[in-house]
Design a protein around this ligand. Structure first.
Ligand code: SAM
Length: 271
């Protein structure tokens, strides 16, 4: 424990020195809470492989920041593509993050065409995973974007509250649209918790490392309609399910009520 604490303090001093040297103070608005524990970074990178052979795999990282996780990914993957929104890091990357198998792309992850990225950066590579210490402010949209793509595994370090939603079960108070969709695409499992002392600056809350492994348990005939129903049901949670779905999808309430009654036995069930 003491060794880990000293390790973190040493790394914290280093990162403070680096932020000053490159004039890169952490930007709260971009969710910049950098990992300062190299052991967690190494463990996260290793777990992201989910048993695959990294020598023949690619990985996409969202937000490399100072590269604590990026460096570990570069050590074990054939190819790493890291998407960073903050162009102020350019000088730092040119000087400090030099790996032959690393491509840094300056872009907003939420606006990045991942299919195009797969084609451009991972041609001939069968398995591509995603690994990220996600900026908290894009956790939900980024997760929803990621799980729709064909990653071999997805490993996310997120605030504990957001992590709890990823593996919430029906009936739990945090069960939400994200829980349903993550469960639809795969199975999410908590790997371990990461306390605030492992980040600089320290967030106010704990984080958790979550791994999502793709696994389809059902295949709706019309996937887009399925997504719309889930969104409608959770957007109007206080309404009856029939009301929520009919207003969300612009469908006849009577017909929807009949279908809901047939499936659940109760036409007044809530979303
Ligand atoms: N991976 C680094 C680490 O673990 O220390 C940094 C993680 S930090 C929580 C989040 C990183 O994502 C920051 O570098 C931030 O600039 C970047 N970022 C924030 N919003 C982004 C976006 N929309 N697209 C891509 N990167 C983003």
């Amino acid at each position: 424990m003491l060794i880990i604490l000293l390790y973190n303090i040493n790394y914290m001093i280093n990162i403070k020195e680096i932020t000053a040297r490159y004039n890169l103070p952490p930007k709260k608005l971009l969710g910049q809470n950098f990992l300062v524990n190299p052991e967690i970074a190494a463990k996260t990178a290793a777990l992201s492989l989910n048993g695959l052979n990294g020598g023949s795999c690619g990985v996409i990282e969202v937000g490399p920041g100072f590269g604590a996780l990026t460096a570990e990914l570069c050590k074990i993957y054939k190819k790493v593509a890291a998407i960073e929104i903050d162009t102020d890091f350019k000088r730092y990357y040119n000087a400090e993050l030099c790996f032959d198998n690393l491509k840094i792309i300056f872009a907003d992850f939420l606006k990045t065409d991942l299919k195009k990225l797969f084609e451009q950066e991972f041609c001939g590579i069968d398995n591509v995973t995603l690994c990220a210490n996600l900026p908290y402010y894009i956790t939900t949209p980024a997760t929803l974007k990621i799980i729709r793509e064909s990653f071999s595994a997805v490993t996310l370090l997120v605030q504990k509250e957001a992590a709890d939603k990823l593996y919430a079960v029906p009936g739990s108070s945090v069960y939400c649209e994200t829980s349903v969709l993550v469960n639809y695409f795969g199975s999410a499992k908590k790997m371990f918790d990461v306390p605030p002392s492992n980040f600089y600056p320290q967030p106010k809350v704990n984080s958790s490392l979550v791994r999502i492994v793709p696994q389809r348990i059902c295949a709706p005939e019309n996937e887009e309609a399925f997504f719309k129903i889930i969104t409608a049901a959770f957007n109007w949670r206080r309404k009856t399910l029939a009301n929520a779905v009919s207003s969300g999808l612009g469908l006849d309430k009577q017909k929807i009520s009949e279908i809901i009654k047939k499936i659940t036995g109760n036409k007044n069930i809530r979303g």
